[in-house]
Every structure is written in C-alpha cells, then in structure tokens.
Write a protein that binds this ligand. Structure first.
Ligand code: 5RP
Length: 262
C-alpha cells in the first residue's frame, strides 16, 4: 500500500468501510464493480477473516468475482442464490432521489440484475458523485453487437424527442476494438450533459431493439453512503429521510492492506 492514500481513495475506502457495517451474519450479498466496490470487497473480506462472518457473495463482474475469491469471500452465482439480502455497489452519479448513472466500468447489466434481485441496495460513493441533475457523466447503454450501428441510429433518433442537453453517442473502445462486456455486448456512451426526465429516458431506451439495458438505476437504491477525503462519512437513508454523520478510522485501510499482504 502507498504510504498515504489519495483523498479520493480515502473517500472511497471510508464509504466502503462504513457500508460493510450493514452486512449481517448469514447474508447473501451482491458485490458491485469498480474501484469503490473493490474497497468494499476488501473491507468485507476483513470482516470474514477477523470475525468469522458467514456470507455468500454474488459478484457483478468477472473482476469482482476474482477479487472476492482471492480474498476468501465465498462466491456463488445469482442462480444459486436466487434472491439477495443486500447489494453494495458504487455509482458514477447519484441525485437527491438516489437515482443513479452506472456502467462506467461496463458492468451495468449484471449490476442492475443483481441490485434488482436484492431486498436493499446501498450505493457507496465519494462526494463528487452527487449531482443536482443526472447526465454530466455519459450514460452507458449496453447493446448487442449485431446491428449496433442501426441501434445507435435509433438511439440518436429517440434522443431528439427527449429532455436532454446534448445528443452525442459514442461506441466504447478498448484499444482498437470495441470494448466487450462480460456478456460479450458493446457499450454505447450517451453524452447528454443533462437528463431532464431520467425515468422516461430509461424506459424509452429499453424499448429499442438491440438495447439490452441502460445505466439509469431508477428507484433501485435505498441508501447512499458518502465518504470524504478526511475519514468523515454520511449515511443517507431514502425511506427514513435520515442522514447520519460519522467517522471511519483511517488506520483500518492500512491494516486491511497489511493483512492482505498488498
Ligand atoms: C461499474 C460501475 C461502477 O460502480 C461505477 O463506474 C463507479 O466506479 P468507481 O467506484 O470506480 O468510481 O457502475 O459498471
């Protein structure tokens, strides 16, 4: 581990560390994808190792599955688990209603399936992910490779009638080739700058043939845990309308890395 975590990594660790407090013995858990979710997997592994916490994890990507297995978290498929108690995942943006943009890490399809098969979803994020209105982050849309250019045209046409500020659509690349998701699909990134009606856009995009799923998570997230670069953390519960401030011991990050031999 580097001598000092950057403020952004500290914020991610802080959110992740606080969120795993909500994990109880025996839970079936959705394990998100991304750098913040990777912190959560490390913090969860620490509880499994230190407290003997028994959990089953359903990863939302091959990357997360590998990390969870490496750190000793028992991993099962969603078909084996069928229904989950809790999913903890990161986000690219969240608004005041806890609507999200996800998919920056190209895992939105499995992430949405896993989150919607859970009693509760907790999003872990640094404070920069909070927005007044969604859309500054390009909205990822997973499409099947067959006829993707026609699908792109249909999306562009559809966007003309939508309450958005910009309408650029780009194919996500990995080097010289289109990036392939875990389901071997492509990602189109919709550069919209501002999304006026996220619910309407989410439903409309999913009507287009060739679209598998979009990265708008509407009415899925129940709680947001926001971490800050100095160890402060805020837990916001949508239903309870509560916000609770706290602080995470930053030495824990160092201990976790030491214990993992990283
Ligand atoms: C992956 C995601 C991630 O949760 C999102 O991109 C946030 O990632 P990070 O925690 O690295 O900022 O949706 O598909």
């Amino acid at each position: 581990m580097p001598a000092e975590l950057s403020p952004i990594d500290t914020a991610k660790f802080t959110a992740a560390r606080r969120a795993v407090d909500f994990v109880q013995d025996g839970m079936k858990l959705g394990l998100g994808t991304g750098s913040t979710a990777a912190w959560m997997v490390r913090c969860l592994a620490e509880r499994v190792r230190e407290e003997g916490l028994r959990v089953q994890g359903v990863p939302t990507s091959t990357r997360t599955a590998e990390l969870a297995r490496d750190l000793g978290i028992p991993v099962v498929t969603l078909d084996e688990a069928k229904w989950l108690d809790l999913t903890i995942d990161g986000a690219d943006e969240f608004d005041a209603d806890f609507n999200l943009i996800k998919g920056g890490g190209a895992a939105l399809l499995q992430e949405k399936i896993v989150a919607t098969a859970s009693d509760r979803m907790i999003v872990i994020a640094d404070a920069a992910k909070e927005v007044a209105q969604l859309g500054a982050f390009p909205l990822p849309v997973e499409v099947i490779p067959f006829g993707w250019q026609s699908t792109k045209l249909l999306i562009e046409e559809t966007l003309v009638g939508m309450d958005v500020l910009d309408r650029q659509v780009t194919l996500r690349m990995s080097g010289d080739a289109p990036l392939l998701t875990d389901e071997r699909n492509y990602i189109l990134d919709l550069h919209l700058k501002r999304i006026g009606e996220p619910r309407q856009l989410a439903m409309t995009l999913n009507q287009i043939a060739g679209v598998v799923e979009n990265g708008l998570f509407i009415d899925i997230c129940d709680m947001v845990v926001v971490g800050h670069g100095d160890g402060r953390v805020t837990v916001r519960d949508l239903q309870a309308g509560l916000a609770e401030d706290g602080r995470v011991n930053l030495d824990d990050a160092r201990n976790i890395f030491a214990d993992l031999g990283e």
